[in-house]
Design a protein around this ligand. Structure first.
Ligand code: DHB
Ligand code: MG
Length: 278
């Protein structure tokens, strides 16, 4: 268990206090002059330590406060100025958090919705529906969009289907309950204006290669979780989990792909946006 600076400081104070009490007692009780002098030196050192610790107390208190990173504060500031989520999106977000279902960070969701309203896509393919939160953001960003969203987990698909019905967008969203790579393999000559990748992290690079033929020229490939909670940028090691390795493999390919002009933005958990150039 890690101890806070405040806890360590508290124990150190007690230890120094104990030394001072012992030294003062020894000084008073010593019969021999040289013993008394030794205890006096000890007591004086303990008093000096206590003074120095008193001077350090404010810094220790500050170090024990939970710190909000500059990035988290910026995010909270921007969010505080942004329009409120619709009640349905807000409720879905809370349900995902309650049930530990991964969902898009709100800043990423706002960016994704903005891209959809800008691109006015007729056809969107989403890999990884989860509870339907991101698909609902996209559906509400442009009502001319039809979405195919892929979710092999039946429980999640059922929840998402109910959400789309409640939101009045069910007729524009098809949920395909199969693994993403199998769905892509069966796309044939169907073309999409936006593909949003948010499914199995170890498969991201394979999704990209497999799906690019089904993206219209000028269409977008958007991908979530490209910084992967700061793990993608750590120094690679043999102990890295497969998802981190998969995200790194995707990122390298995404940013150097001959058919894409792509960027990765440090928004939310890292959002990639690529335009298919040919
Ligand atoms: C996870 C997956 C996601 O797509 C996400 O946005 C956050 C977390 C996950 O698998 O842990
Ligand atoms: Mg995600």
């Amino acid at each position: 268990m890690t101890r806070t600076p405040r806890e360590n400081f508290h124990d150190l104070s007690n230890a120094v206090g104990g030394i001072l009490v012992g030294a003062e007692l020894g000084e008073r009780r010593s019969k021999a002059d040289d013993d008394r002098a030794t205890f006096a030196t000890l007591a004086s050192g303990a008093r000096r330590a206590a003074e120095l610790m008193a001077a350090l107390r404010p810094a220790i208190a500050a170090a024990s406060e939970p710190v909000q990173s500059d990035v988290a504060r910026d995010d909270a500031y921007i969010e505080s100025l942004s329009s409120k989520l619709s009640p349905l999106l807000q409720r879905t977000k809370v349900e995902c958090e309650r049930d530990s279902i991964p969902l898009l960070d709100v800043a990423s969701a706002r960016l994704l919705a903005l891209l959809v309203s800008l691109a006015k896509p007729r056809d969107i393919l989403e890999l990884g529906t989860a509870n339907g939160y991101s698909a609902l953001w996209m559906a509400q960003a442009f009502d001319g969009a039809s979405i195919v969203t892929v979710e092999p987990d039946n429980g999640r698909a059922v929840t998402a289907r109910a959400l789309f019905a409640e939101a009045g967008v069910a007729e524009r969203i098809e949920i395909v309950e199969r693994p993403a790579l199998a769905v892509i393999a069966d796309l044939g000559d169907r073309r999409f204006d936006i593909v949003f990748i948010d499914a199995v992290k170890t498969e991201y690079a394979d999704y990209l290669e497999a799906v690019l033929p089904n993206v219209r020229t000028g269409g977008l490939v958007v991908a979530d979780n490209l910084v992967w909670s700061h793990r993608a940028s750590t120094v690679p090691s043999n102990d890295d989990d497969p998802a981190t390795v998969g995200i790194r493999r995707f990122n390298a390919r995404f940013l150097s792909h001959p058919s894409l002009r792509a960027v990765i933005l440090p928004v939310g958990d890292g959002i990639g946006v690529g335009v298919k150039t040919g």
